[in-house]
Design a protein around this ligand. Structure first.
Ligand SMILES: N[C@@H](CCC(=O)N[C@@H](CS)C(=O)NCC(=O)O)C(=O)O
Length: 249
């Protein structure tokens, strides 16, 4: 577990400015965006980073190598097995190509592509470097049982702990709603134990953070809510065990 967490942390440190800082979004879509995704795919990461930065939730449809659940569905839908693929039921837009998707998201749900995203190839290169420490994790299918109702994961893209959970969900081909919980306040950068020690509870500006705090009385990422068992779990190690126990094959 230590090696697992360390390489995930290295991945995060390689992309220190992406997929963490959010802006309050007053222009959220009514219907959930859908993303055909592979967790450790560098192209898919770019899209997930943009979703965090824009404070957008999405239905994640995991498509690991050899996956049988959503890969065939995408080939049927879009014509080829290439990831990421975004479906926006609000506008009817469906598209391949990570940088086109990032531009679409910022144009549609933000105020245009921020400067840091303009050198797209540089962003892609950085994301490739961030994929390297995780090797095959979150890439190959180890199918699990599909839950009847969708799981919800409170996450932000660059969280090293949330990544471990997303990788497992991807390998198990378990679809889930990602509830993005980026940071907008300086106090949100303090680690949860430090916050507790200093008795600081940031008054978050983001709906998902507020909702989680109201539901559980504390805020820590990742948090998995399973409506099938009505259970909510913090702690990546506990969530990984839970997924094995309930949805392992
Ligand atoms: N130019 C594309 C490249 C996408 C791409 O090559 N994705 C890989 C996954 S990292 C893929 O779809 N591979 C086919 C497969 O996994 O079967 C983009 O930026 O979206």
């Amino acid at each position: 577990m230590l090696l697992n967490t360390t390489t995930s942390l290295i991945s995060t440190l390689i992309r220190p400015t992406n997929g963490i800082q959010s802006r309050v979004n007053t222009d959220k879509p009514a219907k959930l965006l859908q993303l055909y995704d592979i967790e450790n795919c560098p192209y898919c990461r770019l899209v997930r980073e943009a979703l965090t930065e824009l404070d957008l939730d999405a239905l994640i449809l995991p498509c690991p190598k050899n996956g049988a659940r959503f890969r065939p569905e995408l080939v049927e839908r879009g014509g080829k097995a290439q990831f990421p693929y975004l479906v926006d039921p609000n506008t009817g837009v469906e598209m391949y190509e990570s940088l086109d998707i990032v531009t679409y998201l910022f144009d549609t749900y933000g105020s245009g592509l921020p400067l840091k995203w303009k050198p797209g190839r540089l962003q892609t290169l950085g994301s490739m470097l961030a994929s390297a420490p995780r090797l095959h994790r979150g890439m190959r299918a180890r199918p699990g049982k599909e839950p009847a109702e969708l799981l919800e994961l409170y996450s932000f893209e660059s969280s090293p702990y949330a990544r471990l959970v997303r990788e497992k969900l991807c390998e198990m081909e378990i679809p889930y709603i990602v509830r993005n919980c980026g940071r907008t306040l300086a106090s949100e950068w303090l680690f949860p134990p430090v916050r507790s020690a200093l008795d600081i509870t940031p008054k978050s500006e983001l709906d998902n953070r507020r909702h989680l705090l109201a539901r559980e009385g504390k805020l820590s990422i990742p948090y998995l809510f399973d409506p099938n068992t009505d259970q909510g779990l913090f702690e990546s190690a506990d969530i990984l065990d839970y997924l094995d126990q309930h949805y392992g094959s």
